[in-house]
Design a protein around this ligand. Structure first.
Ligand SMILES: C[S@@+](CC[C@H](N)C(=O)[O-])C[C@H]1O[C@@H](n2cnc3c(N)ncnc32)[C@H](O)[C@@H]1O
Length: 393
């Protein structure tokens, strides 16, 4: 084997006609590294098979490319390819050509694959090269770490990959309880579009706007909201002496990066390890400030209605819903990492707007319910108590 697998797998067979497959079996534990958009590796893999942004998925794609008909690929990798937004073309490449036969999920996050702050769960999967569209059941197993008890079940293909999902997400879970959760999710009444909401990642990227940032509020500057301003369902602004800036000077250029005054739901993109729930959401209440515009920094996602605020009760109901135990369990089905991508939030189903208004109507000014009370009030309005094991009455 030469030093670089990417070069070897994508260049023409050498002078001596060195074998480039096809292979009956490819077993790999590929390296994990982000690939820059214009990197040599990325261009070579895109030319040979598919666009992909990580070395491990590039190795897998080339592994598939080199397989003989009915050949088998076995790989141990991070789980991120199953739902990460940047892996969509790779997922399509994989799912179009391979029948996934078995998947084993290591539920503990392994620092071996740590990508800066984002801890990854790992999977081992086995798949077979096929030219047909027939897809049978998949054996899914899971364990917490090496040597732990293994749970295993057979999953219908449609439960793991929804044929109508343009993102080609691969849902990996070994629990019957998970199947019930999938049904609960499917039964939620609305898509985000149907409740007339959108979610965007905060448009102000602080290091690109350095000259406009201000530590404290001042004339001509508007609030800049970071995760540090989020506490107990509300926005506490300004935070004097905070590590981050509190404000941004409004200029003709950055005006479009800010939102008009109104009610918004703000979600942290990264939850800290101490936080029990993946999604931490708060309501931006326009009473916080008289400023006409608000900047949301890139470390938060923002729910809005066509670039403006939401009706007050919808925002409050959405905030309760996003902080509920049920939502936490739904989002963990999709995601094996601690990042909450706007795409993940877009692909969830939601309570109806009427339900959100009713939930939001129970908001207590200057108070934030404990988790049990919050779950209880969400369940009462959704009538989903059987699906929430930690629920109240
Ligand atoms: C996760 S480790 C797996 C090591 C070994 N295969 C095993 O299973 O124990 C990934 C390996 O890929 C090697 N590697 C990194 N980039 C490579 C490349 N471009 N071509 C071939 N191997 C590479 C690394 O040196 C590393 O040994």
């Amino acid at each position: 084997m030469k030093d670089d697998f990417i070069t070897w797998a994508t260049e023409d067979a050498g002078l001596f006609g060195e074998d480039r497959g096809p292979f009956d079996l490819v077993v790999m534990n590929p390296p994990y590294k982000k690939l820059a958009a214009n990197s040599r590796e990325r261009r070579a893999v895109a030319a040979a098979c598919t666009e992909t942004s990580n070395l491990y998925s590039a190795f897998m794609a080339l592994g598939i490319h080199l397989l003989a008909p009915s050949g088998q690929l076995v790989a141990i990798t991070p789980r991120s390819f199953a739902n990460g937004p940047y892996f969509r073309p790779f997922r399509k490449y994989l799912l179009d050509r391979m029948h996934i036969d078995r998947v084993h999920l290591f539920e503990s996050r392994n620092k071996v694959f740590a990508d800066t702050d984002v801890l990854q769960e790992n999977v081992i999967f086995s798949a077979t090269r096929t030219d047909t569209s027939d897809r049978g059941p998949i054996i899914v197993s899971s364990s917490h770490s090496y040597g732990d008890a293994i749970r295993s079940r057979s999953v219908e293909y449609g439960e793991m990959v929804n044929p109508e999902d343009g993102e080609h997400f691969i849902h990996i879970s070994a629990d019957e309880e998970d199947a019930q959760l999938a049904a609960t999710h499917a039964n939620l009444p609305a898509t985000l579009t149907q409740i007339d909401c959108q979610v965007s990642t905060g448009r102000v990227v602080d290091f690109r706007s350095k000259e406009h940032l201000r530590a404290d509020p001042e004339e001509g500057a508007v609030p800049l909201i970071y995760p540090l301003h989020m506490r107990n369902g509300g926005i506490h602004w300004p935070v004097p002496g905070a590590k981050k800036n509190n404000a941004i000077m409004l200029t003709p250029d950055n005006h479009k990066m800010t939102f008009p005054s109104g009610y918004y739901v703000v979600v942290k993109r990264l939850s800290s390890k101490e936080e029990k729930r993946r999604v931490v959401a708060t309501v931006f209440d326009p009473e916080v400030t008289t400023d006409p515009r608000i900047g949301f920094e890139n470390h938060v996602n923002v729910f809005h209605r066509s670039g403006a605020g939401l009706p007050k009760d919808v925002a409050r109901g959405l905030c309760f819903w996003l902080n509920s135990t049920l939502l936490d369990r739904l989002i963990r089905r999709f995601s094996g990492h601690t990042q909450v991508n706007a795409t993940d939030l877009r692909n969830l189903r939601y309570p109806s707007e009427a339900q959100l208004r009713a939930i939001g109507g129970e908001w207590i000014e200057d108070g934030w319910p404990d988790q049990e009370k919050l779950d209880d009030l969400v369940e009462r309005h959704l009538e989903v108590e059987e699906a929430v094991s930690s629920g109240g009455a």
